[in-house]
Design a protein around this ligand. Structure first.
Ligand code: TMP
Ligand code: ASP
Length: 249
């Protein structure tokens, strides 16, 4: 078996990048980075800004739990170790500038684009691609645009789509067991050593739509995006169901 990179002797170095929800730090090991999860929240390409108290802790722990579950199912992820409540040690990836979305139920931009009512079930899960570009507002693209812009090779794109559906096949029933409907979610992939592909970023209520199985109450970032109130409570509830008791306690 391949040895995991050790986390004990890795030291944090300078800031590499600060995004809307996370800060990425270099480490003493060039193959590893640290993701620091903030409480900052944005929506609509950062037109709306706010804070969701405790979000960083929830997203860090929930992502760790789900990355470990996916690794067991054979999905390579960038997760290496949890360093603290808000810090995750990860493999350093060259992130592919494509946001891969998987959808099981119509919601959000798919409802707007198609006119279908939010909540309409999708018989066969669908995968969408968006160009990861803040300045362009992450426009939807297709395989031909990926090829034209050389964002990924055809083999990489095929792997990403296949892996996105496999991730859905692992996470959807897992979440349902905890009375959560996995409506849709966003994934980011990247190239590690030797151009091997890994799942990167995070899996959290920021990047997934999660509805209560019985009431269909929204338990994700849509509460923030749509000013529904109860934002922190929703994140804590998802944490309780998927990670365990007493987030942040
Ligand atoms: P959408 O319906 O707005 O296209 O969102 C689809 C999914 O992607 C939803 O689970 C939320 C997630 N998402 C992100 O993670 N980042 C984003 O910037 C956007 C717009 C959506
Ligand atoms: N990534 C979006 C933003 O730029 C947030 C979202 O809607 O999830 O603000």
């Amino acid at each position: 078996m391949k040895r995991q990179p050790a986390s004990d002797d890795v030291e944090q170095r300078g800031k590499l990048y600060e995004g809307k929800a996370k800060i990425v730090y270099a480490t003493s090991d060039p193959k590893l980075i640290i993701q620091y999860f903030k409480d900052d929240a944005t929506a609509f390409n950062a037109l709306k800004k706010g804070t969701i108290v405790g979000k960083g802790v929830v997203n860090n722990r929930m992502s760790a739990t789900l990355f470990q579950r996916l690794a067991k199912a054979g999905v390579p992820t960038h997760y290496v170790a949890t360093l603290s409540e808000r810090e995750m040690l990860c493999r350093r990836l060259d992130i592919i500038k494509i946001e891969t979305i998987v959808r099981n139920v119509v919601a959000g931009s798919l409802a707007k684009r198609t006119g279908l009512e939010e909540g309409t079930p999708i018989r066969q899960p669908i995968v969408e691609l968006y160009y990861k570009s803040d300045s362009l507002g992450d426009p939807m693209i297709n395989d031909d645009h990926v090829r034209m812009m050389a964002l990924a090779t055809p083999a990489e794109l095929a792997w990403m789509k296949r892996t996105a559906l496999k991730i859905n096949a692992v996470l959807r029933p897992h979440m349902l067991k905890h009375d959560l409907i996995l409506v849709d979610f966003k994934l980011e992939f990247g190239r590690g050593a030797g151009r091997k592909l890994y799942l990167g970023d995070e899996i959290s209520p920021d990047t997934c739509r999660l509805w209560d199985r019985a009431t269909r109450e929204k338990l994700d970032k849509d509460r923030f995006r749509r000013d529904l109130g109860g934002v922190e409570d929703a994140y804590q509830e998802v944490y309780r169901r998927l990670v365990g008791d007493a987030a942040g306690a």
